[in-house]
Design a protein around this ligand. Structure first.
Ligand code: SF4
Ligand code: SF4
Length: 392
């Protein structure tokens, strides 16, 4: 595996096509990743129907530029993703998501197609270290290859989301919560993602880091101008570099910790060869990490209390998701996303709103990730505050 990561400065999205062209030239041209007669899936991050300027999804100008590069090689490009775990994988959901996220225009501009095939198949992956069977959406299975188009964002459960985590979108809609339920601990979830990345084996990984998301991403963090487009043949190498850009330490990054434990050589940013920029140039000063980093269940567990304690105490000491009824529009996305089914729509203060039964919550934060109204806040308990003060 080629562990080089290529970086090109890109101040705004108007310059994304030129910047992507330079990136591909640096990597040896688009012909390395697409050939005439092939069908390639372009896999953006389409977490939910969010406008491009919200920085929740991969910017359409990056998707269009990648699509043009593929089509220019004489290949067929299909934009495909299954939105996050709160949304059914239906044609209606796809149509709305494409429209709001700017993918309809991106496809038109690039001469690419939009996927409306909502089928999926179970694929066996005997080489998987943790997971040996995945449900994968049909267009990905039918294609000759996949180009991974992720966005640099923080993530309240996994610390960050980049190239490897973006591949979770090849698993269809409401099947996703099942993975959270079975793999509630961050390192195990990361192990599943590494197995999935190994199965999908994207040909090329491009990261939209023109504007990233800091704070409590990936659905409702804050926009942060970063100013780079990055690419690599290795999704893990790309994430190792992106984690370094954010200032996310190895011990706070379950994906890289798990990759390190598996002996994967791109787990450390220092093992990756950077082309086009230095580590110092890429580093974003004062990048805000998620609040959950200090004590979150999904994180690596380096605080003194996180290692030996059971799930109950871990939950009590983590940030808990709480609904702000005034902001809730009762859309039900959190209800569908919750792997433990502990959220219900009910009457709260004279209106319909979501309510969480904290006793069954495993702190996966899927509800927070999926909420389109920023109506789920992560709040500390007294134990959390005590642990945070005396932990690290
Ligand atoms: S209520 Fe708890 S278990 Fe359910 S989605 Fe939210 S964080 Fe996960
Ligand atoms: S909290 Fe309310 S608005 Fe947010 S996802 Fe749940 S039901 Fe929808």
């Amino acid at each position: 595996m080629d562990h080089r990561v290529f970086a090109v400065s890109c101040e705004d999205y108007q310059n994304a096509p030129a910047a992507l062209g330079r990136l591909l030239e640096m990597m040896g041209d688009a012909g390395r990743f697409a050939a005439a007669g092939e069908t390639l899936v372009l896999k953006p991050n389409l977490l939910r129907a969010a406008r491009p300027e919200e920085a929740v999804t991969t910017h359409p100008s990056v998707v269009a530029a990648a699509g043009r590069a593929v089509v220019a090689q004489g290949a067929r490009a299909i934009i495909a993703d299954s939105p996050g775990s709160g949304f059914r994988y239906t044609q209606a959901v796809l149509r709305r998501t494409y429209e709001v996220c700017g993918m309809t225009d991106a496809a038109r501009e690039a001469g690419a197609e939009l996927n409306f095939d909502t089928g999926h198949e179970i694929v066996s992956h005997p080489e998987g270290r943790l997971v040996k069977r995945f449900e994968v959406i049909t267009p990905v299975l039918r294609a000759d290859g996949l180009i991974n188009l992720c966005r640099l964002k923080t993530h309240v459960f996994t610390g960050m989301t980049g190239a490897v985590k973006n591949l979770f979108g090849v698993i269809p809609g409401l099947t996703k919560p099942g993975y959270h339920a079975k793999l509630a601990e961050g390192r195990r979830f990361a192990g599943m993602l590494l197995d999935l990345a190994d199965l999908i084996a994207p040909r090329l990984n491009i990261m939209d880091a023109v504007v990233g998301m800091e704070g409590d991403g990936p659905g409702s963090g804050d926009l942060r101008k970063v100013g780079w487009l990055l690419a690599s043949a290795s999704p893990l190498a790309l994430d190792a570099v992106a984690g370094g850009m954010m200032g996310l330490a190895l011990e706070d990054n379950p994906l890289l910790l798990e990759a390190d434990a598996r002996g994967m050589s791109a787990a450390h940013a220092e093992d990756v060869k950077l082309v086009g920029a230095t580590v110092e140039e890429l580093r974003v000063p004062g990048f805000r990490l998620p609040e959950t980093r200090a004590t979150g269940v999904g994180f690596a567990g380096s605080a003194w209390w996180q290692r030996p304690v059971g799930a109950l105490l871990r939950s009590a000491m983590s940030l808990r998701p709480e609904v702000v009824p005034e902001r809730c529009i009762a859309c039900g996305a959190c209800v569908r996303a919750c792997p433990e089914q502990v959220i219900a729509l009910t009457e709260v203060r004279g209106k319909q709103a979501a309510r969480i039964d904290q006793r069954g919550c495993i702190r996966c934060y899927c509800c927070h990730e999926m909420c389109p109204e920023d109506a789920i806040e992560l709040r500390p308990s007294l134990l959390y505050r005590l642990a945070h003060r005396s932990g690290r």
